[in-house]
Design a protein around this ligand. Structure first.
Ligand code: FES
Length: 136
């Protein structure tokens, strides 16, 4: 898969009421992953790829927030991101942004919108390490 791949069909994500305030949900689209968090009765969605190394933010399913439950936190090196903007405000990628996922809402159901570019597939560090070992 290359960086220019486009999501051709919309995909149902959830209804707002499926999530408590500051709860999140994950979705996989092939190798790509995305997540959405409910804050102030709005849904904010991002591709699950940290701007620091291009790897997924979370280690545990559906867990993206820091201990306070107010900011998105990358589990690898602790970068913190604002939920509503995706901006990194602390950590190795300060000033960078998570890539937003475009959503479409109809009758209370949120969909991952069609015809949007998808980011590169996340780096699989384990597979990369295995390939390096086999090549050496
Ligand atoms: S990979 Fe996210 S902070 Fe390093």
């Amino acid at each position: 898969m290359d960086n220019k791949e486009t999501l051709e069909h919309e995909i149902p994500l959830c209804q707002l009421n499926d999530l408590e305030e500051m709860a999140s949900i994950e979705l996989s689209i092939g190798e790509r992953r995305l997540f959405a968090i409910r804050q102030d009765n709005q849904l904010y969605a991002y591709w699950n790829s940290c701007p620091h190394l291009g790897i997924p933010l979370n280690w545990m399913p559906d867990h993206f927030l820091d201990l306070d439950g107010s900011l998105i936190q990358c589990s690898s090196h602790g970068a913190l991101f604002e939920v509503d903007s995706g901006k990194c405000i602390a950590g190795p990628c300060t000033g960078d942004h998570l890539k937003p996922v475009q959503l479409r809402v109809e009758d209370g159901t949120y969909y991952v919108a069609a015809n949007q570019p998808m980011p590169a597939a996340p780096i699989n560090l384990r597979a990369q390490a295995m390939a390096d070992l086999e090549g050496s």
